[in-house]
Design a binder for this molecule. Structure first.
Ligand SMILES: [Zn+2]
Length: 244
């Protein structure tokens, strides 16, 4: 059984039926990360069409500008969602620096409320690796999936020491940095992801369906010099530790 530990099903728009069919046919357990409340509701709807889809609530750093509610209104969603994601900080792709404080306000709130409830959290760290690390270290919290890490290797070491999980994404085989990161991640903390249709598009120009996860696994198995079957089992075990 394949695991896609970070996807964005609401990015598929008109192609969603084909994406869900792909998930069902290939038996890909999928964490459907959310951008905001609407996106979470959509992911919940999609999860009714597949036993492999697990919707997760979060407010993505890209979406903090459009969140106009009060933070405490997020609590029922945090409570309801089995895992949390996507949350995080992004000081690169989010270009509006006037939103930095709002990013922090929402990130720290959801992080702390999720940690209180012992939930696993998918975290985005773009150009904010050190701050995210410090936020976790302060709470001594490691029920965390660091999503598509691409920051400095020294900070990666600190996340590893803390005991976090990590996803390798669709740029494996294209990025030397991702390969170096892969080789540092302990095998019992390794997960894989596709990050929605646009991530592969960004990497190679191709539109990414969920079964792209097979290529990610194939490339990692080749680099790590283990069989695909063995790798699939390792990732499945890692993910089950998170779920249970
Ligand atoms: Zn994402």
């Amino acid at each position: 059984m394949y695991i896609d530990a970070h996807n964005h099903l609401d990015f598929y728009n008109d192609n969603i039926d084909r994406a869900i069919k792909d998930i069902n046919e290939n038996k890909i357990i999928t964490l459907a990360n959310s951008m905001d409340i609407n996106s979470y509701n959509l992911n919940k709807k999609y999860s009714k069409k597949s036993k492999f889809i697990i919707p997760t609530f979060g407010i993505h750093p890209n979406s903090v500008g459009s969140f106009k509610g009060k933070l405490k209104e997020l609590i029922p969603y945090i409570e309801e969602s089995k895992l949390i994601g996507e949350i995080g900080l992004d000081f690169l792709w989010v270009e509006d620096r006037t939103l930095d404080e709002k990013q922090r306000e929402i990130y720290y709130f959801i992080l702390e409320e999720s940690a209180k409830r012992n939930k696993y959290i998918s975290i985005h760290t773009k150009n904010a690796e050190e701050e995210v690390y410090n936020s976790l270290k302060k709470l001594e919290y490691n029920k965390v999936i660091i999503h598509w890490y691409s920051g400095p290797l020294e900070i990666l070491e600190k996340f590893i020491e803390l005991g976090c999980y990590f996803t390798i994404s669709v740029d494996i085989g294209y990025s030397n940095l991702t390969e170096k990161i892969l080789m540092k991640i302990p095998i019992d903390k390794l997960l894989v992801e596709t990050d929605g249709p646009t991530a592969l598009e960004w990497v190679s120009g191709e539109y990414g369906y969920p079964s792209e996860i097979k290529n990610v696994v194939k490339k990692i198995a080749h680099i790590k010099k283990i069989s695909e079957e063995e790798l699939i089992n390792i990732i499945y075990d890692n993910f089950n530790r998170i779920l249970n």
